[in-house]
Write a protein that binds this ligand. Structure first.
Ligand code: GRF
Length: 203
């Protein structure tokens, strides 16, 4: 299976996905694509010999369709079976999502359906939640709303800031996303919940 990874920043999630796509893993990374030319993840991917590309959304002011048309053109060259959004910070229109329906995954730093959108950690702390976490879901027309394929939970501790909580969640993101991608690439869409021990399928 050919996997493209879309990033906007440092690409730590992309690096864990790429690092796991080896050996008997049914997928291989064929492209790392960013909407930001200065995304730190681009150099990391290039250093691993993975083809990279940039489609700068600022070249398409107020024209989301044109941006996505260029995104599609570049993606189609990579001919991906699976697209992983990993710290990708652009909202994709239903046109794009329908074009790649059933093949796009995203990681979101909250226990969906709680806290779709931005500032998830601050909102969880503000709400007095006892736990937070991350979710990998299939991307559909509903922002952060598609079928959940995996979740990992962390405690919210006394004195947590959104930074300390984000750091704790990011560790779980790096465990969860590769685990979900591996199953998804094998055609298994049963959701998993990562416990501190190992994966346990939600029965
Ligand atoms: C992470 O906090 C993740 O939750 C969100 O984007 C942030 C940066 O991810 N999706 P990365 O280091 O660029 O993978």
């Amino acid at each position: 299976k050919r996997c493209a990874v879309l990033i906007s920043g440092g690409g730590s999630n992309m690096m864990t996905l790429v690092g796991d796509m080896t050996g008997d893993h049914p997928a291989r990374p064929v492209l790392v694509l960013s909407n930001r030319p200065d995304a730190g993840g681009l150099a990391k991917a290039a250093a691993l010999g993975i083809p990279t590309a940039v489609v700068d959304h600022r070249d398409f002011p107020k024209d989301r369709e044109a941006f996505e048309a260029e995104l599609n053109a570049v993606l189609e060259r990579g001919d991906p079976d699976i697209i992983c959004l990993a710290g990708f910070m652009r909202v994709l229109t239903p046109v794009f999502v329908d074009r790649w329906a059933g093949r796009i995954l995203n990681i979101h730093p909250s226990l969906l359906p709680k806290y779709p959108g931005l500032n998830t950690h601050a909102r969880a702390i503000q709400a007095g939640d006892k736990e937070a976490g991350c979710s990998v879901h299939e991307v559909t027309d509903v922002l952060d709303g598609g079928p959940i394929l995996g979740q990992a939970r962390v405690p919210i501790l006394e004195g947590d800031t959104s930074e300390t909580l984000a750091a704790r969640v990011l560790i779980e993101e790096h465990r969860l996303y590769p685990a979900v991608l591996r199953r998804f690439a094998e055609g298994d869409r049963r959701p998993i919940v990562l416990s501190t021990a190992a994966e346990s399928p939600i029965n």
